[in-house]
Design a protein. Structure first.
Length: 419
């Protein structure tokens, strides 16, 4: 037996049948919230995101706060200032990893009518053409995938051939399906192979080696086995290969930054600038020799014998020549023509003239309406190679394509202006 309810709680109105709940009462002037049928949601809310059982949402990418360039140093005689601040892009890179590989959507033009912008129109699948050689930088740890003793790892060295993979297209595969085979350059008998729930190199280039390239919105990619759908190539933070069946494509273990080491084919289409004219990059083929003219100073960008980045007035000085490496997606590297091992690098907002040819040596091509070219660091996307003046980018670079013919010990040099 239960005692009768307190008198202050009146019994429910008799007009509601058993099991029917009376409507909620609201104070005078208060409007009840709008009800939506099952499966419908308010316009500003949207349906809740669904995840596979046991998976949950992917971990959020942590982005470091924008780091300001170091204070301006007293300019040494003839030396190029180190960095130039430019507007921060919408998508910053994860800590110690390259940022989104492709250019982001065009940002609104700044107050200057000559504001440089990133070039659009690239396709990441251009990197995966027959005969190209690529490096796959693991998003989980920032190292290139490599093969050592016929085993797949993710702790390679950028300069070593065991972290490079030759691309081939399987015969009989329908065009546009982006199915590739990856063979290690150093270990020629080793193919990236997904067999059962393991990643091996013991394939023969046949079906177990067929990998479908999927492109993410930020132009990172992941690889799925065509023979075992739902099985993905993955590298753990420790550098070991993951079990393909346990890898999820929305995890950092599955995602790779594509870096072209050898470009056999040109771009699929003519790359246009947002200003309605062909981009300079259409003429900058892999391993071209170029010279960069600094418009504001009238000098040429150079790397001297000590590996210091300078600006030099002598147009015939061989220190002003650079070998351009096309890394794909509008990204280039610039190696010194004079000294092996010398190259432009931007590490921790410091411009360097020598060091490892890793992603710190990669720059995105930007152009302005007047045809000036700018080089924006991939790993420090708030810094460009240029001249600093009151915290603003005041100059661009003109490009000359060098034609060098050797006759015995002498050289004949001609150059063609590209902008």
């Amino acid at each position: 037996q239960y005692p009768p309810p307190p008198q202050q709680y009146p019994p429910p109105p008799q007009q509601y049948p058993p099991g029917q709940v009376p409507p909620q009462q609201y104070p005078p002037g208060q409007v009840p919230p709008q009800q939506y049928p099952p499966g419908q949601y308010p316009p500003d809310q949207g349906a809740p995101q669904q995840y596979p059982p046991g998976q949950g949402p992917p971990p959020p990418q942590q982005y470091p706060p924008p780091t300001a360039p170091p204070p301006a140093q007293a300019e040494q005689q003839g030396q190029l200032p180190m960095v130039v601040p430019v507007p921060v892009m919408d998508s910053a890179p994860p800590a110690q990893l390259p940022p989104a590989q492709g250019p982001p959507p065009p940002a609104p033009m700044g107050p200057s009518a000559n504001e440089p912008v990133l070039i659009q129109g690239f396709s990441v699948t251009d990197a995966f053409k027959e005969g190209n050689v690529v490096q796959l930088v693991a998003r989980s740890n920032g190292n290139p995938m490599n093969v050592k003793n016929a085993t797949v790892f993710g702790n390679g060295t950028f300069s070593n051939a065991d972290s490079q993979f030759e691309v081939s297209i399987p015969s009989g595969v329908a065009p546009g399906t982006h199915v590739v085979v990856l063979r290690n350059v150093s270990w020629q008998a080793c193919y990236i192979t997904i067999k059962g729930n393991s990643v091996t190199t013991k394939g023969d280039g046949k079906k177990n080696c067929y990998l479908r390239v999927h492109v993410l919105p930020d132009n990172y990619v992941y690889f799925e086995s065509t023979e075992h759908p739902g099985h993905y190539l993955g590298i753990a933070k420790s550098g070991s290969a993951c079990k393909p069946k346990e890898v999820k494509p929305d995890s950092v273990e599955a995602q790779f930054f594509v870096r072209v080491e050898k470009q056999t084919h040109p771009y699929s289409e003519t790359i246009m600038t947002p200003f309605g004219r062909p981009s300079i990059i259409n003429s900058l083929r892999d391993r071209s020799v170029i010279q960069l003219y600094i418009k504001s100073s009238g000098n040429y960008l150079s790397i001297n014998d000590n590996g210091v980045v300078m600006n030099t007035g002598n147009a015939g000085d061989v220190h002003t020549f650079f070998i351009l490496r096309d890394r794909g997606m509008g990204i280039v590297s610039l190696d010194s023509y004079k000294h092996t091992g010398f190259r432009l690098r931007m590490a921790n907002f410091v411009l360097q003239g020598k060091g490892t040819g890793d992603v710190n040596a990669d720059f995105r091509v930007k152009e302005s309406p007047d045809g000036a070219l700018y080089l924006e660091s991939v790993t420090c996307p708030t810094a460009c190679v240029g001249i600093q003046s009151e915290g603003q980018l005041k100059t661009g670079l003109s490009v000359f394509l060098m034609n060098i013919q050797k006759f015995g010990d002498s050289e004949t040099i001609t150059k063609q202006p590209l902008n």
